[in-house]
Design a binder for this molecule. Structure first.
Ligand code: CAP
Ligand code: MG
Length: 409
């Protein structure tokens, strides 16, 4: 046989390959562009290595099985990902590695990946997932409703915990640290967790179950220690900024037997990777990797309703990446957050359905009557949407919602 990465007539066994779909912008025709990616990321380089035999190519070479318009599908043999040590970093170094820097390609976007069970089954995945979260909160069907403590930074631990308490009194099921807060001098992790845990206990005594995700994003060699510190002080949920920490930090936590609480995953920095439609990695791909690494809930967007940039078709794919079948891994909770307020809930829920954790920071703390009223207004908006009642109608009997709509609509 001879070495040719183009295999357009071949049907790939989905269990034998990790199949990637890329879109490419280049002066090259799409077949040649696909070949450049396949050779760079498997057995080739810019010229033919004299050390590359037909046998090596046959066994380890990637195959371009589709090349049409600006799209190409490339299959990487599962054996290229074998071994005990490589894991997600190695997967990314192959399917999302040098190819992004090739001078002959003006833009490449990794749009989707199909992972075979041989790869996925190496990962335990989410420990709690959506069912676990719903079980902890005793909320089997309705969306979870949460807030992000605002301002993002600056509140000392006690005032911080007062915010959480007020949000709980307004009916919210969830709250969380912001992605930029970890252990700063004005609000150290240990003290913050301890104050918040007291308030969550108090809420529970008063009949309301709520959890708060504490951000322990740090270097991988410190993250388990930070997790333990939070748990010793009563944390009911942990949070990781997965892209600034790295997938490995999330996986280290998720696979540690002492961490039994759900892990909330924030995606700060994803815009640098996902926002350019001609280049980078799509959010659904990141979502699949987060699910393998063991996240329980992940930010996937607000379907065009909030403050963050959105491509709705990709957001729907991300939702499917978390909730669809994935070789037996538990399903994850999609989190909708960013510029939300009660007035946006019906439109959001048309796309999200009930399997969503809805969160508003400004949309709770910016309510004219404060956090408790803001939390009530958000809960009322979700209740109205679940019941299929128009917000304006529902607001006639729900004053907090009315004031929120008056302010933001
Ligand atoms: C939302 C948020 C989240 C964004 C991130 C913020 O606050 O806490 O970090 O949701 O976007 O700081 O902006 P607001 P995404 O409710 O006050 O906007 O979820 O798309 O990753
Ligand atoms: Mg935030």
């Amino acid at each position: 046989m001879s070495i040719d990465y183009l295999a357009l007539d071949e049907e790939l066994d989905p269990e034998g390959y990790l199949i990637c779909q890329y879109t490419v912008k280049s002066d090259l025709d799409i077949e040649t562009a696909g070949k450049r990616i396949a050779e760079e990321e498997s057995t080739g380089t810019w010229t033919h290595p004299t050390t590359l035999s037909d046998e090596i190519f046959e066994r380890y070479g990637a195959k371009v099985v589709e090349a049409e318009g600006d799209r190409t599908r490339i299959g990487y043999p599962v054996i290229d990902f074998s071994g005990e040590i490589g894991e997600i970093p190695q997967i990314l170094s192959i399917i999302a590695g040098n190819l992004f820097g090739l001078d002959s390609l003006d833009g490449v976007r990794l749009v989707d990946i199909e992972l075979p069970s041989k790869i996925v089954n190496k990962y335990p995945g989410p420990q709690q997932g959506i069912e676990g979260l719903r079980g902890i909160l005793g909320r089997p069907e309705k969306p979870l409703v949460g807030t992000i403590v605002k301002p993002k930074i600056g509140l000392p631990p006690e005032e911080f915990s007062d915010y959480v308490y007020e949000a709980g009194k307004g009916g919210l099921t969830n709250s969380k640290d912001d992605e930029t807060l970890v252990d700063q001098d004005f609000c150290p992790l240990e003290e913050r967790v301890s104050y918040v845990s007291e308030k969550l206990d108090l809420l529970e005594e008063e009949g309301h179950k709520m959890i708060h995700a504490h951000n322990i994003s740090t270097s991988v060699h410190k993250i388990l220690e930070a997790g333990d510190l939070a748990l010793e002080n009563g944390a009911r949920q942990l949070m990781v900024d997965v892209l600034t920490v790295g997938f490995s930090g999330l996986q280290a936590l998720a696979e540690d037997p002492s961490i039994k609480v759900p892990i909330h995953v924030h995606r700060a920095m994803h815009g640098a990777i996902t926002k350019n439609p001609d280049h980078g990695i799509s959010m659904p791909v990141i979502a699949k990797l987060v699910r393998m690494a063991g996240g329980d809930a992940l930010h996937t967007g607000t379907y065009g309703t909030g403050k963050m940039h959105a491509d709705i078709s990709e957001e729907l794919m991300s939702k499917e990446a978390l909730l669809g079948e994935m070789h037996g891994l538990k399903r994850m909770m999609p989190v909708a957050s960013g510029g939300l307020h009660p007035g946006l809930i019906p439109e959001l829920m048309e796309n999200s359905g009930n399997d969503v954790q809805i969160q508003a920071g400004g949309g709770v703390s910016g309510h004219p009557d404060g956090v408790r009223a803001g939390a009530k207004a958000l809960s009322q908006a979700v209740d109205a949407a679940v019941k299929g009642i128009e917000l304006k109608e529902y607001a006639k009997e729900h004053l907090e919602l009315k004031k929120a709509l008056d302010k933001w609509m």
